[in-house]
Design a protein around this ligand. Structure first.
Ligand SMILES: Cc1ncc(COP(=O)(O)O)c(C=O)c1O
Length: 363
């Protein structure tokens, strides 16, 4: 069930872009769910159940949850969450693994394929609501309060911190795998995409501790329509800012208007740069990653997964930006492609578009 995902060395791109190495963690195969998100949801579900059942999480193992008595108790537990797709799929999968129920709510504009994948992963029900992401989170929160369900949300706010903290701890599995797979290479630059910033903040904190002797330059990447971390940093008073309205972007996983309060301080204090970018940047990167000449370098990277590679390419085109960020022929770049084709039809449509785009980029 658990298997490390690959760290792919993009040698062709590194050569072309004039850097020493580009390492890309490919999360498209994680747990068969096509995104890193299951790491967080499953760990939080596990911790909640340990607490409810009086098990010590430090030595509890999956077989502890398979006895008839425990299965019976788990079947009474109901989880609820809001999601733009991947988190809900992870919670649905983990809930059914432990024999619990899960209700999942999604914002307006969510792809039907992503909704169906959540039900297929084991949710009792996944529903697309006529609300934006932030409002769906509030809706799920009320559902939990009114029905006595447990909210497993991948973002935090004042008074709701314990479960999101567990979710971030689950994501750190990626950090541990990356450090092992880097095999002695020390990244000089790390690009992390962000929705609420729980993943980016967690991984940033983890890597900056591991590489404390020579801390990499961290860049946070968001869709320009909904760059809430960039807006928070720009405000300059240390507090979070929300982006309201109904932002539209193909990067569904990053379409979140309010930063996660527990990871924001890490990002605020340690990120060097913020990039807000258009959908086109991600689309170009999806095509390029899908079609590298060498098969071992090809990656199925979805809309939210490919964007950091796209941003790197844009930065390298701009000499002054490159200089400011200290990117040169000695740079070792680390990227995480956080999802595969989680909306297969949308992915195919983008990747099938004109090949000339790549030729254009390479000119
Ligand atoms: C594929 C993908 N990448 C990145 C993220 C961003 O994670 P976070 O919301 O913790 O910033 C998400 C969030 O759902 C996602 O689904």
């Amino acid at each position: 069930m658990y298997e490390k995902t690959k760290l792919v060395s993009l040698r062709t791109a590194a050569e072309e872009l004039g850097v020493k190495a580009i390492h890309l963690k490919d999360e498209s195969t994680r747990f068969g769910l096509k995104a890193f998100k299951g790491l967080g949801g499953s760990y939080a579900v596990f911790r909640v159940l340990c607490e409810k059942l009086g098990l010590d999480h430090r030595d509890a193992v999956f077989s502890d949850f398979t006895t008839e008595e425990i299965r019976e108790k788990c079947s009474d537990v109901v989880f609820v969450t809001a999601t733009d797709g991947n988190h809900g799929r992870g919670v649905a999968w983990a809930s059914s693994l432990f024999g619990c129920k899960a209700y999942v709510f999604m914002p307006a504009g969510s792809a039907e394929a992503r909704r169906k994948a959540i039900e297929d992963a084991g949710a009792e029900k996944a529903v697309i609501c006529d609300l934006n992401y932030d409002k769906v989170v509030q809706f799920a929160r009320r559902q939990a309060e009114e029905n006595g369900w447990t909210l497993i949300q991948d973002t935090s706010w004042e008074g709701y911190e314990k479960i999101p903290q567990w979710i971030v701890e689950g994501y750190l599995t990626m950090g541990a795998e990356i450090c092992e797979q880097l095999d002695g290479d020390v990244p000089t630059h790390v690009f992390l995409q962000a929705g609420v910033g729980a993943m980016a903040g967690g991984i940033l904190g983890y890597l900056s501790n591991v590489f404390a002797a020579k801390e990499p330059v961290f860049t946070i990447v968001e869709p320009s329509m909904v760059a809430c971390l960039y807006e928070s940093a720009k405000a300059g008073d240390g507090n979070i800012r929300s982006v309201s309205g109904d932002p539209v972007t193909i990067m569904a996983g990053l379409n979140c208007g309010t930063p996660c309060t527990i990871t924001w301080p890490i990002i605020r204090d340690r990120a060097g740069f913020y990039c807000a970018c258009t959908d086109e940047v991600s689309e170009n990167a999806m095509r390029e990653l899908a079609r590298f000449p060498k098969e071992e370098e090809r990656v199925v990277a979805g809309e939210s997964g490919a964007v950091t590679f796209g941003v790197l390419r844009e930065i390298i085109k701009d000499d002054s930006m490159k200089r400011e960020m200290g990117i040169n022929e000695e740079s070792i770049i680390l990227l995480i492609s956080t999802e595969g084709d989680t909306d297969p039809e949308g992915y195919e449509n983008i990747v099938a578009q004109n090949d000339q785009d790549i030729t254009k980029l390479r000119d």
